[in-house]
Design a protein around this ligand. Structure first.
Ligand code: GLN
Length: 412
């Protein structure tokens, strides 16, 4: 099985920790705005995976490597001396490649100089968007379950979060609830399609309703589309491409998922100039610029032929089939996932009290790691029956995980 540096780096971190002599530390300190947050669930679970030698179907990082032509481009860029600070909002070649891909995907023509900002992963693009465009007290609507950094960065910005829950089996948008929550006081609504953790893809009807409510109430849309190339059961639709939406939309994306290079941390935000200004101001003082040689390589990656994306999709559909069929055979209630490399299941047939208890049992007694979803809700109760598995692992790893679960999990 391929081992990759991300795993070995994490392993080193764990073993270094164990070798440290016992020291006493002062109580932990953290600013109020981050007080309620814990170590991210992905870090917690990956550390436990290493400690218990469990198969990690938790944190979403491929255990196979990115394409040779992209790695070669990075080596080349380093050798050519592209090693000093990049232009703050992106090396020109990458801004152009992002704009060209956006045009191919959505039909929208954007100015790479004025409407594209390159960031350190989509996570920084999310933070820069929140910090650059949200004022303390502004209302922002989220759909739960939501990716953990949304709440934390909104909290840093001092936003007032309004969350509404997408419920199984289809996780559809509760339109009436949305209508009752959205108002002239709403500054922004955040969507994520294909959606982490559920694999839901927002339908055209849902996007249309959200769009018309945003236009009516003068609300911005922040849209996280990092899994756009992992759309299996439906076509990906970018909110920015809907009529009259581009001017109020910030589209966030990254390289990591599409090119199996999650450690490179290259992301971007696409928005009209009046919104790009806020994003760039925050980005300037968060990181200023992102790794120069990796940006050059990212530009090469984005010029990949269509066949690259087709193959990626084919490979992931095969992996998805192994995991989904396996989970069904083990006895889980598996909810349909249309995109992303995640699938959410109901664990209650196995009789454990909640998602956290189930994941603990799964790691310690079965040797498999999944992500408890209750951390993705403002009200953790809403996620207590659900856990997330990822299939961004080589086929043997997926099969071994299924075998372990078949051997040890019993319905109660
Ligand atoms: N996006 C990855 C996931 O959902 C996690 C990234 C991280 O660990 N912050 O699994």
């Amino acid at each position: 099985m391929a081992t990759i540096s991300a795993v070995s780096t994490q392993k080193e971190a764990v073993s270094n920790q164990e070798e440290q002599p016992q020291k006493t530390f002062l109580p932990l300190q953290v600013a109020k705005r981050l007080e309620k947050f814990k170590t991210t669930i992905f870090t917690q679970m990956s550390m436990l995976a290493i400690k218990h030698e469990a198969i990690n179907l938790g944190q979403g990082f491929p255990n196979f490597d990115g394409p040779e032509f992209v790695k070669e481009a990075a080596i080349q860029a380093i050798k050519e001396g592209k090693n000093q600070y990049a232009r703050g909002y992106g090396v020109p070649d990458l801004n152009s490649a992002v704009a060209a891909r956006f045009r191919k995907d959505t039909g929208l023509m954007v100015d790479p100089e004025k409407e594209v900002t390159v960031t350190s992963g989509c996570t920084e693009a999310i933070a820069a968007t929140m910090l650059g465009l949200i004022n303390p007290g502004d209302e922002v609507i989220l759909f739960a379950p939501f990716y953990d950094s949304y709440e934390a960065t909104l909290s840093m910005a001092g936003a007032k979060i309004k969350s509404m829950t997408l419920r199984p089996p289809d996780f559809s948008v509760p339109i009436d609830e949305l209508k009752s929550v959205i108002s002239k006081n709403t500054r922004a609504i955040l969507i994520n399609t294909p959606h982490n953790p559920t694999g839901k893809m927002f339908s055209r009807e849902e996007l249309n309703v959200i769009a018309s409510l945003c236009i009516e109430n003068d609300v911005l849309v922040f849209t996280d589309e990092v899994y756009d190339k992992l759309a299996f059961e439906a076509d990906h639709i970018s909110m920015a491409s809907l009529p009259d939406m581009y001017e109020r939309t910030i589209t966030l994306n990254s390289l990591g998922k599409t090119f199996s290079l999650t450690g490179w941390k290259i992301g971007w935000a696409i928005a009209p100039p009046h919104l790009t200004w806020g994003v760039r101001q925050a980005h300037s003082f968060l990181t200023f610029a992102t790794s120069t040689p990796m940006q050059w390589a990212a530009a090469t990656a984005l010029r990949a032929p269509e066949s690259y994306y087709e193959e990626l999709k084919r490979d992931y559909m095969a992996k998805k089939a192994i995991l989904v069929e396996g989970l069904k055979a083990v006895g889980f209630v598996v909810y349909p996932s249309s995109g992303t490399y995640f699938v959410v299941v109901d664990h209650t047939p196995f009789g454990l009290e909640n998602d956290v208890a189930f994941c603990e049992y799964l790691i310690k007694e079965v040797g498999v790691v999944a992500i408890p979803t209750s951390v993705f809700y403002l009200n953790p109760e809403d996620g207590k029956n659900l856990v997330r598995f990822t299939f961004c692992k080589d086929d043997d790893t997926l099969r071994s995980a299924v075998e372990r679960m078949k051997a040890k999990l019993r319905r109660r």
